[in-house]
Design a protein around this ligand. Structure first.
Ligand code: NAP
Length: 282
């Protein structure tokens, strides 16, 4: 039986077992997908030994994503660009790693927005400059957005993201936000604001373009105050659950040999868990 894992510390909150378990059952596959809680000091040994424990690969989450990049034989271009690996697999006895957050973010927009969303948007405002923002900014740069404005409380962190695509990415303090909104066809929240237990993101969408798309990668709750405001203004609102579901597709395909789909059934399955409040916000 093929076995995969998600390794992190802590790991109890991870929804990945729910997603991969759903796909294993719906495809009638005999595989297993297991949670592994490992403190950082034990991760290098696990990276070396997991094939001997019968695993074909797995997901890596906080705090091991950078250590995974350092410890593998082959990293994808995207993993190297983001400085982090979230998906591992074996090929010809070598350890490979990718970062599928870019795929997840872009596939979700592709699924829910008009096909030419990137060309129509022209410019984007990305709020936040943490780990998730790196994937969002790199993805938007790949899609050729002319200007990606990164707006963050700590300007130095926003500035560090300009290295991802120096010709396209600009760094700004929060004070610049209102002036940037009228230009942007896409607004993405990657801060943790709006998440359950956190204050709401303070933003007035009034200056936005009428055709602006508003995306929030926070998915606990699914309908954040930002998305509620966007919908109330008649703007296209894209929630964060789709990114989580789509980023899981490439790993499942590698470990279990079937490319799964992100269906309404999967979404309902994970939503039911989120609504039941099982696990901590993640
Ligand atoms: P992170 O690295 O800790 O970054 C957090 C960001 O939020 C930073 O830019 C930080 O600004 C900003 N922030 C936090 N508190 C703030 C406040 N009070 N005022 C202004 N800015 C504040 O976190 P992350 O890993 O990027 O994750 C961010 C969010 O994305 C989380 O809610 C996470 O669950 C979600 N996420 C979703 C997915 C998905 O698949 N949908 C994937 C990854 C992450 P400073 O730089 O100034 O500290």
């Amino acid at each position: 039986m093929r076995k995969a894992f998600v390794v992190g510390h802590p790991i109890a909150h991870s929804r990945s077992p729910l997603i991969h378990g759903y796909w294993l059952a719906s495809h009638g596959l005999e595989g297993r997908y297991e949670r592994i809680d490992l403190p950082p000091q034990n991760f290098p040994a696990f990276l070396r030994d997991f094939p001997d424990q019968g695993y074909v690969g797995g997901n890596v989450t906080i705090p091991h994503k950078e250590a995974a990049l350092a410890g593998i034989d082959h990293a994808s271009d995207r993993a190297r660009r983001l400085g982090a690996v979230n998906t591992l697999w074996l090929e010809d006895g070598k350890l490979y790693g990718d970062n599928t957050d870019i795929t997840g973010f872009l596939a979700n927009l592709d699924a829910l927005c008009p096909a030419d969303w990137a060309e129509r948007a022209g410019a984007a405002v990305v709020l936040g400059a943490g780990g998730a923002a790196r994937a969002v900014v790199a993805g938007l740069a790949e899609r050729g957005l002319g200007c990606i404005h990164v707006v963050n409380r700590s300007l130095d962190k926003a500035a560090s993201l300009t290295a991802l695509a120096p010709d396209q990415v600009r760094a700004h303090p929060l004070d610049n936000l209102a002036a940037l909104l009228p230009e942007a066809g896409l607004i993405v929240n990657t801060t943790s604001l709006g998440m359950a237990g956190q204050p709401a993101l303070k933003i007035d969408l009034a200056p936005c373009r009428a055709d602006a798309i508003v995306s929030d990668i926070v998915y606990t709750p699914l309908e954040t105050p930002l998305l509620a405001q966007a919908r109330a203004r008649g703007l296209l609102a894209v929630d964060g659950l789709g990114m989580l579901l789509h980023q899981a597709v490439p790993g499942f395909a590698r470990w279990f040999g079937v490319t799964p789909e992100v269906t309404q059934g999967l979404r309902d399955h994970v939503c039911a868990d989120l609504l039941a409040g099982k696990g901590k916000p993640a």
